[in-house]
Design a protein around this ligand. Structure first.
Ligand code: GLU
Length: 281
């Protein structure tokens, strides 16, 4: 059997907060319990928002929490050729098209009579640019997946297994749901040449991840990832979507809530054991 491998994949766009601590500790402990390892991956493709200082802080906070990981750490900013290759394969299958729509165009196309359906990435794309040939793709275009074409290409759809508390069990991908509530997702943003979905799928396979541990907020994105794995012929890991850590008022924590940064707790004298207690471990 393959070694059990989980990963913690933060984006260095701000300080780690209690939600990240819970996620990292869960990934670390699930890997250890299975006799395997947790890998750390720095998701820094969004260079405008990622800062080396935040990355350094992530390493420091994780080590302080008692978490250990193999070096060297994989940085997504070094992996752009791998993402381009995966995009090229999907394009060669005829499953992609260039999209020149801006947010405002999409909003206008979706206005009235019905409220737009919200997918994992926002309003489901109305398909304005669908069918544009890839030969037309230029620097002002994002690249989208033609969801209907992708589903037609696959035939029987794959399933994935979740071991988290809220979604435990087997989840079959459903074509209708993917078309109606996910739609033609962006595979490559205009500015960075890839997207979260494509990069995460390529890297989870590259790092031989056997179980993806992450927050429940990403559960709606998982069918996209499983679909891309099937299209690219990549193995599908198991998934463990864990509960989210809320603040005292029940609101989900966000990176901007600096008061909840691990660094702030540390500065105020909290111990790693205090952090574990705070997140219910
Ligand atoms: N980089 C993502 C984040 O910080 C996590 C992605 C994942 O776990 O799949 O939210």
């Amino acid at each position: 059997m393959a070694e059990a491998r989980t990963r913690f994949a933060p984006s260095p766009t701000g300080p780690l907060h209690l939600g990240h601590a819970f996620s990292a500790l869960t990934a670390f402990e699930r890997a250890r319990a299975a006799g395997g390892r947790m890998l750390l991956r720095i998701e820094d493709i969004d260079t405008a928002r990622c800062k080396p200082a935040w990355e350094a802080q992530i390493f420091e906070d994780l080590a302080w929490l008692g978490i250990d990981w193999p070096r060297p750490v994989l940085r997504q900013s070094t992996r752009l050729p791998a993402y381009a290759a995966a995009l090229g394969r999907l394009a060669a299958m005829g499953l992609t098209y260039p999209c020149r729509c801006r947010r405002a165009d999409i909003r206008a196309a979706l206005s009235a009579p019905h409220a737009p359906v919200l997918g994992p990435d926002g309003p489901v794309y109305p398909g304005t640019c669908r069918g544009r040939p890839m030969a037309e793709a230029g620097p002002d275009d994002a690249i989208r997946l033609d969801m209907r074409a992708a589903l037609a290409r696959l035939g029987p759809l794959p399933a994935f297994t979740d071991t988290g508390p809220a979604h435990a069990g087997r989840h079959d991908l459903r074509a209708e749901t993917l078309v109606d509530t996910v739609g033609d997702v962006v595979l490559a943003r205009r500015d960075i040449g890839t997207s979260y979905h494509l990069a995460v799928v390529v890297d989870d396979a590259f790092q031989h991840i056997t179980e993806v541990v992450r927050g429940e907020d990403l559960f709606p994105a998982t069918p996209i990832h499983v679909l891309l794995q099937a299209l690219l012929g990549l193995p599908s890991p198991a998934y463990h979507h864990h509960r989210l850590i809320a603040d005292d008022t029940g609101k989900r924590l966000a990176k901007r809530d600096d008061a909840r940064a691990i660094a702030t707790w540390r500065a105020e004298g909290a111990t790693p054991a205090d952090i574990r207690r705070l997140v219910g471990l």
